[in-house]
Design a protein around this ligand. Sequence first.
Ligand code: PRP
Ligand code: MN
Ligand code: MG
Length: 181
Amino acid sequence: MSNLSKDIEEILITEEQLKEKVAEMGRIITKDYEGKNLMLICILKGAATFMSDLSRAIDLPLSIDFMAVSSYGCSTCSSGIVKIIKDLDMSIEKKDVLIVEDIIDSGLTLSYLRRTLLGRKPNSLKICTILDKPERRETHVKVDYSGFKIPDRFVVGYGLDFDEKYRNLPYIGVLKPELYN
Ligand code: PRP
Ligand code: MN
Ligand code: MG
């Protein structure tokens, strides 16, 4: 067993399933954004892995930018406080912006981002996430492209961390509870 896999209790979504889903999402986005001014905004750090795969699954000219926000007061709970750590480099005015996220949990990060970015006058603004935990939602967010709905379990991998580790796991796994208790 690999060094990282020994900390995983169960594989929730395999590497193959992720690959297929990302390809499918890329095809849908390619159709929807043909002739538009697509700009992908990656929400660091969790969405970096998904962004890298998704951008290459979209067969259109596009631009990319990165933003870092913090929403978690501690490593496993949501504080509801959202702060911009790193803002975008480019203007989004007149762009067809697609926010790329790894997971929507309480929804607080995205509802804040949506409000903030809409104020910058994009031509359109949509949200794309590979994972969604609907049970944990504290505020309504309209998700335009969603990969997998998952139960309320502590997942890591494919960009998602626990204490900044496990982001490089190629699949989505459930962390053994003894590691965070
Ligand atoms: C996680 C995740 C989302 C956000 C979702 O990021 O990547 O960005 O929380 O939570 P919410 O729906 O409750 O707001 P985190 O703040 O852990 O930072 P990271 O991406 O750098 O790991
Ligand atoms: Mn994140
Ligand atoms: Mg995190």
